[in-house]
Design a protein around this ligand. Sequence first.
Ligand SMILES: *[C@@H]1O[C@H](CO)[C@@H](O)[C@H](O)[C@H]1NC(C)=O
Ligand SMILES: *[C@@H]1O[C@H](CO)[C@@H](O)[C@H](O)[C@H]1NC(C)=O
Ligand SMILES: *[C@@H]1O[C@H](CO)[C@@H](O)[C@H](O)[C@H]1NC(C)=O
Ligand SMILES: *[C@@H]1O[C@H](CO)[C@@H](O)[C@H](O)[C@H]1NC(C)=O
Ligand SMILES: *[C@@H]1O[C@H](CO)[C@@H](O)[C@H](O)[C@H]1NC(C)=O
Length: 318
Amino acid sequence: MEQRGALLILLFSFLSPSESLLRVTVPRSHRAPLGTNTSIPCQFLIDYPPFNPHYLLIYWYLNDREILNYTTKVRTSNRRLSINSGSTKFGKASLDIADVHISDEGQYTCSVLYTPERRDRNVYFHVHAPPRITITNNVVTGNKKSALTASIHDFYPKDLDVKWLREGEILVGGTKLSPQRNADGTYRVTSTVTIVPTEENRNQSFSIWVQHGSLSVPLQEDFQLLYEDLNAPNRTTGRTSLPFTCALLIFAARDLRKKSIFSDDVSRSRSFIPTKNDQDSRSKWKNKKTFRTSESGEEDNTSRTSKYLLRNKEKRRF
Ligand SMILES: *[C@@H]1O[C@H](CO)[C@@H](O)[C@H](O)[C@H]1NC(C)=O
Ligand SMILES: *[C@@H]1O[C@H](CO)[C@@H](O)[C@H](O)[C@H]1NC(C)=O
Ligand SMILES: *[C@@H]1O[C@H](CO)[C@@H](O)[C@H](O)[C@H]1NC(C)=O
Ligand SMILES: *[C@@H]1O[C@H](CO)[C@@H](O)[C@H](O)[C@H]1NC(C)=O
Ligand SMILES: *[C@@H]1O[C@H](CO)[C@@H](O)[C@H](O)[C@H]1NC(C)=O
């Protein structure tokens, strides 16, 4: 009997200081997207009222280095960090981070000192950034080995899964170079698949599929092949070709003429061989599907393609 009583007293003397005087709770980990504002949660509970703010001290550490402290005011050398001093009296010591950087990722420690008690709790902060896809080549040559390439960029963390598809079926032999680091800490990678395009592939839908930890649903970009036919007449010969000029003279009726010129251009646009100077404009319109270019974020769309065709139509008329 006496022994049991002694044991209970012993147990209480171990439990009570840690269990009831000051408790600090944090989640095991916290996640936020790059560039957003976030708050790493930390709550504390003091079990001996009344609360005296002069006894309270809060420290935040990143990878064991002090980054912020709070007594009656917040002190930090990083302008993006703060804690809401108005909330501390409600037991909140959460760390606010504005404009999250990749370098903010790491092991945080929320340390609450309420004289004479002190509790430290660790929370790991993960930053993530979703990938973006830019198709960098979909120009192919019929019956010749042709590489489809895409740049997958601005993602974090590094691990990423890429697949190339034709009509929803995985193409074998897709490769991915090792990811390169950008200045802001995000990654970019180039992926390629080599195919030998057949006539049947002309109207088929190709896709690149990307899975990444930041995405709840995989990212997919669809496109069609753009055939570069080496045997077709090039632009120079096309413009001066005699049958074409004759066609203009014979079909003088206005709407009929318009129609025939335009449809001729559409079919030709697929087989047009660009010169070096054309390279830039070509890369802007070659992708059928609308997509965002990486640098400028400028939107390309089909109306631009038709403008391109119209421009060529004007040239060719004379
Ligand atoms: C609190 O933070 C400031 C600024 O980072 C620092 O100068 C000061 O030494 C810190 N105070 C304590 C008690 O750690
Ligand atoms: C993020 O925090 C900064 C600094 O506190 C503030 O100026 C900005 O408006 C916040 N942005 C958003 C989207 O809340
Ligand atoms: C591709 O589509 C065009 C028009 O959409 C059609 O005229 C042509 O026959 C199709 N070609 C093949 C190989 O399916
Ligand atoms: C394009 O046409 C010009 C003029 O006929 C010719 O000299 C040139 O070799 C042609 N280029 C190609 C790639 O066929
Ligand atoms: C295409 O872009 C032009 C301006 O660049 C815009 O006015 C037009 O609404 C866009 N069309 C579509 C279908 O997005």
